[in-house]
Design a protein around this ligand. Structure first.
Ligand code: PGA
Length: 250
């Protein structure tokens, strides 16, 4: 069965001291949590210090983005090899803020996903529709096109290492959470897409996270849906107690 993954996306928040304290707070509570994988994704500059703060704990370290080239003249970018070098095990790719604020495309996401997989880093590939797309009845079509484009070239051998995150854009940071039924509908569609593209067995093994205003108060209901295998948590991951409470609900 799929082990739930509760992932904290700290986005562009914290400073060095707060990042270390938050990581230690999560690590301190992680021991009581069996049967759920925990992950924190701090800003890139704090990956190393957070990795040190997590040493010896069951909490994994992840990045929020990285580039697909190995090295060279790409000012401002971080390579997947650099992530692997400092002990990151996951990388969030194609987050809606990167797609809609920073112009990232499905093609960028697929190149990054393939490079991460080559280096043993598990990509968390995000997909999600805008409010106007949902209102126009286009959710299924948008999710399918992001799924196909973002996983282009990802092989049957590699897909079990991939995590997919469904994050309806209208629910991110807005306090408007998808209903459990809305989340389950898209998660079930994603699992069908996985089965069509790969195999039923593979589809049954890939974790699909929900993200978008998940909080301690709404996590249990979302996480109890059959195809919701964890959460990608933004705001509520910035408080260790809230993050751990979500993990306990999982
Ligand atoms: P939120 O963010 O929990 O603050 O809505 C989720 C995300 O963007 O990953």
């Amino acid at each position: 069965m799929r082990k739930p993954l509760i992932a904290g996306n700290w986005k562009m928040n914290t400073n060095r001291a707060d990042a270390v304290a938050l990581a230690k707070g999560v690590a301190a509570g992680a021991g009581e949590l069996d049967g759920v994988d925990l992950l924190v994704c701090p800003p890139a500059v704090y990956l190393s210090v957070v990795g040190e703060a997590l040493a010896g704990s069951a909490v994994a370290l992840g990045a929020q983005n990285a580039y697909f080239e190995d090295n060279g003249a790409y000012t401002g970018e971080t390579s997947m090899a650099m992530l692997a070098d400092i002990g990151a095990e996951y990388v969030i790719l194609g987050h809606s803020e990167r797609r809609h604020v920073l112009g990232e495309t499905d093609s960028d996401v697929s190149k990054k996903a393939r490079k991460a997989l080559e280096l043993g880093i598990a990509p968390i590939v995000c997909v999600g529709e805008l409010l106007e797309e949902r209102e126009a009845g286009r959710t299924g079509e948008v999710i399918k096109s992001q799924f196909v484009g973002s996983l282009d070239g990802v092989t049957e051998a590699d897909i079990p290492s991939v995590v997919i995150a469904y994050e309806p854009v209208w629910a991110i940071g807005t306090g408007k959470v998808a209903t459990p039924e809305q989340a389950e509908e898209v998660h079930a569609d994603l699992r069908r897409l996985l089965a069509e593209r790969y195999t039923g067995e593979i589809a049954g093994a890939v974790r699909i996270l929900y993200g978008g205003s998940m909080k301690p108060g709404n996590a249990a209901e979302l996480l109890s849906q059959p195809n919701v295998d964890g959460g990608l948590i933004g705001g509520a991951s910035l408080k260790a107690d809230d993050f751990l409470a979500i993990a306990k609900a999982g």
